[in-house]
Design a protein around this ligand. Structure first.
Ligand code: SF4
Length: 378
């Protein structure tokens, strides 16, 4: 008997679903062939170690893959499991982190390891909500761990994914204002999809890192080029649009290279736990002020400033140079002061003498490393 039902045109929703299916299939097939080999990764189709995923994702916040690789290796060699990391002395963790920047991450990393070890018997929770309750785990990191370590259909958006989505859907509003739109579009590709969520998330990151790269996207090699609106409109290279950056505030201060009476040790200090570079070993500095400490001279006369801060220093002083460092929210100029301690020089809390001979082996944050190099090479 012939059917009396009219032939259904595909609904808008069905069309969207079919497009998403195709996008995901193209991305996963590309990932199977071209996934980046990274030390914290497992092969496509396998489930990763949550400890490795968490460690790598925290390290990758604001930091490049190339910078993270040696640190990741150092951490997992030293601390095989999250229990090992949890029981390590915090100074050791901070020293191992030195040079990777954004030191609050290291403090939170250690706290998080302690919570997971103590309260969860070493197991990372496998839900977004529970992950977000852990120290140092925000929306992005929770989504990345949920997807990569537990294969949950979470929406993972890093800078690479921002770029892929902006271009594929031709989002022309500038970042950061376009973030909600990008998030909604990315969620449409990921949420509710249980076919290899972790691999899909990583395929998006990898596409952004290797093919859909800044400035010159390599569209000819892209698995989703046929559906890409940015490419079709010839605007891919200009996306994502970005709002003009505001000028960074500037701060100034002094940094000291103080040697002991014998000239064979340098004064170092462990910085207070809270504040910039908290818990790290560094050289003493003045406060970082929003106005120049020393104005209007080519070779600064720093005697008065030094006398104020450290009365127990010999007057004979030298200026090894100025170091510049850029933090996320300000630029810093520190004028160097090299001088020797008098016999009666007394140490402040957290200060200690360190032998000059192995000063280069100390795990300094980059800011201090720059100054140490300046003083050693001088
Ligand atoms: S076609 Fe080009 S612009 Fe579009 S997603 Fe692929 S690499 Fe990016």
């Amino acid at each position: 008997m012939p059917s009396t039902m009219p032939i259904q045109r595909p609904s808008h929703k069905k069309k969207e679903r079919a497009q998403t299916d195709l996008f995901r299939a193209q991305m996963l097939a590309w990932y199977d062939a071209h996934a980046r080999v990274l030390p914290w990764r497992v092969k496509p189709g396998f489930t990763a170690n949550p400890y490795h995923v968490w460690l790598s994702e925290v390290m990758l916040q604001q930091t490049t893959v190339q910078a993270v690789i040696p640190y990741f290796g150092k951490f997992v060699d030293k601390w095989l499991t999250v229990h090992d990391l949890a029981t390590a002395p915090s100074e050791e963790v901070m020293t191992a982190w030195a040079g990777l920047g954004y030191y609050a991450r290291a403090r939170n990393l250690h706290k998080c390891a302690q919570v997971v070890s103590r309260e969860n018997k070493g197991k990372f929770p496998n839900s977004l909500e529970e992950l977000k309750k852990l120290p140092g785990i925000g929306d992005y990191t929770a989504a990345a761990i949920a997807a990569i370590a537990f294969d949950l259909p979470a929406t993972v958006i890093d800078g690479n994914v921002d770029r892929v989505i902006s271009r594929y859907f031709a989002v022309t509003d500038p970042l950061p204002g376009s973030k909600p739109e990008i998030r909604a579009l990315a969620a449409g590709l990921a949420e509710g999809r249980t076919d290899r969520p972790g691999d899909f998330a990583q395929s998006m990151m990898d596409l952004g890192a290797t093919i859909c790269i800044p400035k010159t996207p390599r569209c000819d090699l892209c698995p989703v080029r046929d559906g890409c609106a940015g490419r079709a409109q010839g605007i891919a290279a200009e996306l994502p649009a970005k709002a003009p950056k505001k000028a960074q505030p500037q701060r100034w201060g002094l940094i000291y290279w103080i040697t002991n009476q014998d000239g064979d040790a340098v004064l170092l200090e462990r910085r207070p736990e809270t504040g910039m570079l908290g818990g790290m070993v560094g050289l003493p500095t003045t406060q970082w002020l929003d106005r120049p400490v020393i104005k209007g001279r080519k070779k600064p006369d720093i005697t008065d400033y030094v006398a104020d801060r450290y009365p127990g220093l010999e007057r004979m002083q030298d200026n090894p140079g100025t170091i510049r460092h850029t933090f996320t929210h300000f630029d810093l100029d520190l004028v160097g002061v090299a001088c020797r301690a008098e016999k009666n020089f007394s140490l402040d809390v957290g200060q200690f003498w360190h032998p000059l001979v192995d000063i280069a082996d100390i795990g300094f944050p980059t800011l201090f490393k720059k100054f140490v190099n300046l003083c050693i090479l001088k």
